[in-house]
Design a protein around this ligand. Structure first.
Ligand SMILES: [Mn+2]
Length: 164
């Protein structure tokens, strides 16, 4: 099962459309949006025509519909999805990784820093797709794809592309 991971689109529909037009986005069955801004996830769902899980970022208006975090079960894996600001991810990912492990997740996805990351921490695969619209770690926006199959380690790819 191919998962798309995106964060911090910050209202840039051009960046979301460019991401969806990228060859790497082809065949994505489910998108995860790690917040900022949550309405972009609704637009993504409309454009992509597949389910999108989304959480609230620090830049999102409070909404009963969008939670601060989601525990998503897909293809035999459990993913903790959160924007990350409530875990202080800008100072380190230890608290977030620990929360994921305690929730029984083997994957933890966050955003907020606008810097891509792919590392193992506390036995949890910790992922940040970077910002699709306002990258701070490169000139190009980025997103991730993740191939998930039960019983296997996820195959993660970081894709950088020219934002519109
Ligand atoms: Mn943020």
């Amino acid at each position: 099962m191919k998962i798309g991971i995106v964060s911090d689109s910050h209202g840039s529909m051009g960046a979301v459309e460019a991401m969806l037009a990228h060859p790497a986005a082809k065949g994505v069955a489910v998108w995860l949006h790690a917040g900022d801004f949550a309405p972009d996830a609704d637009a993504l769902a409309r454009l992509a025509g597949v389910p999108v899980y989304c959480v609230a970022g620090n830049g999102d208006w409070p909404s009963p519909r969008v939670k601060d975090e989601e525990l998503v079960a897909l293809a035999g894996h459990r993913i903790l999805l959160a924007h990350g600001h409530t875990y202080g991810v800008q100072y380190g990912r230890e608290r977030f990784a620990k929360a994921a492990r305690q929730a029984g997740a083997d994957i933890a996805v966050y955003g907020h820093t606008h810097c891509a990351e792919n590392c193992m921490m506390d036995g949890v695969l910790v992922l940040n797709p970077g910002s699709v619209a306002r990258p701070r770690d490169a000139m190009e926006g980025s997103f991730m794809t993740m191939e998930l199959t039960e019983g296997n380690a996820p195959g993660v790819q970081l894709i950088r592309f020219e934002p519109r």
